[in-house]
Design a protein around this ligand. Structure first.
Ligand code: GRG
Length: 292
């Protein structure tokens, strides 16, 4: 199967599982509707695709990691809803549609984000219990918890807010993004390795995902500067409007492109040693050359 068809197939697997996870009973319809609006209305599903691809490449079963990978997508979606709020980046469009607070109001958008975060932990713990608390399932849940918390994504978001209106240097920017964007990408890859039972590959997978995380963020900064808002499904120029230092403002456009390519190439060379099918190396290229 060629790369694009395999990517679509994996995105389909993820989307179907996300839909089935959202068949929630005994909750107010309004909150489930707001959760579904943001979760099921688009998105590249890169994080869960990485999770199932690493698990598969390392000899594990997709069905064993799928719920954990979808839990990461729920956490990612909550972070987008909260990041778009007026108190944060104050954005009106996301994934090609008005943001959650524009449709449901601020209070409901906050609760939709909170609910996605909580529900992510509910579905992970159900999966841990279903698998008799085997250490690899407990370990995967711990990795996701750490990555989404104060030493990971939230910690990075705090640094980002505190850096507004301040000129940061490239090293500070890399540390901040390794936490804000990188931690969840790293966890996405690591859980595939952990659930496959391949602890021997953890360091390689960490190294791969850290390089990928930086490349991914540089591309995100480049697209926020020169991307097409229709393709991206969100307004461009949000970083400049919020007076944020980005790879583009610090390095300039051409050097940022070169930097992203270097990080991506390093990631790809590690991916070749992990995935003999070639899918993860091709995904690494795809994420570098994406236009949304
Ligand atoms: C806890 C409020 C809060 C925020 C955490 C990750 C984050 C910080 C905020 C998200 C906002 C943002 C634009 C981050 C930069 C990189 C990034 C995560 C981009 C979006 O990810 P994609 O391209 O999006 O995978 P899709 O829509 O395809 O899932």
């Amino acid at each position: 199967m060629d790369f694009i068809n395999e990517l679509k197939m994996k995105q389909d697997i993820v989307n179907k599982h996300l839909e089935s996870l959202m068949n929630v009973e005994n909750a107010p319809k309004s909150i489930v509707e707001a959760m579904k609006y943001s979760l099921l209305g688009g998105g590249k599903r890169i994080r869960p695709v990485l999770g199932i691809s690493f698990c598969e490449a390392l000899g594990g079963r997709i069905e064993d990691v799928l719920t954990f990978s979808c839990a990461i997508e729920l956490i990612h979606t909550y972070s987008l809803i909260h990041d778009d709020l007026p108190a944060m980046d104050n954005d009106d469009f996301r994934r090609g549609r008005p943001t959650s607070h524009k449709v449901f109001g601020e209070a409901m958008a906050i609760l939709a984000g909170d609910s996605l975060l909580n529900y992510a932990f509910e579905i992970m713990l159900n999966e841990v219990v279903k698998n008799n608390c085997q250490p690899r399932f407990v370990h995967a849940a711990k990795v996701i918890s750490n990555a989404s918390g104060i030493t990971g994504m939230i910690g990075g978001q705090v640094m980002d807010i505190q850096n507004e209106d301040r000129k940061v240097n490239i090293d500070e920017l890399i540390v901040m993004h390794s936490m804000k964007t990188g931690a969840l990408i790293e966890a996405s890859c690591l859980i595939g390795c952990i659930i496959a039972g391949r602890e021997d590959k953890i360091e390689d997978v960490k190294e791969y995902s850290r390089k990928l995380g930086i490349a991914f963020q540089i591309v995100d900064d480049i697209l926020d500067c020169i991307g097409n808002s229709e393709k991206l499904g969100k307004m461009v120029g949000s970083d400049a409007a919020n007076h944020k230092s980005t790879f583009v403002t610090i390095l300039g456009l051409e050097k940022s492109k070169k930097f992203a390519k270097e990080y991506s190439e390093k990631a790809k060379s590690i991916a070749h040693t992990i995935d003999s099918t070639g899918f993860i190396p091709a995904l690494t290229d795809y994420l570098l050359n994406r236009d949304y």
